[in-house]
Design a protein around this ligand. Structure first.
Ligand SMILES: [Zn+2]
Length: 81
């Protein structure tokens, strides 16, 4: 498969989806249920395109460093600049 792609998925706090995302994790398209940091994501968790990474969402730091490692083309260049 060419070009591994990712998605962002929401982790919710105690209030669930109603309370908004507590933080955002990165998952691979092949397995949307497990974040790069190892966290199991809920089936109901909101999913967003990876392009939204770095646009102000509160993101999981561990997912962030692993994501940068898997997508070196993202380093040093902002997709919206
Ligand atoms: Zn994570």
């Amino acid at each position: 498969m060419e070009g591994m792609t990712h998605k962002l998925r929401a982790e919710y706090g105690p209030q669930g989806a109603a309370g908004g995302a507590k933080s955002w994790h990165v998952v691979r398209d092949e397995d949307l249920s497990v974040a790069l940091c190892g966290r199991t994501m809920s089936d109901e968790a909101e999913t967003r395109p990876e392009q939204e990474w770095g646009t102000g969402l509160r993101c999981c730091q561990q997912c962030g460093s692993l994501y940068m490692h898997e997508t070196p083309h993202m380093q040093g260049s902002h997709p919206y600049s």
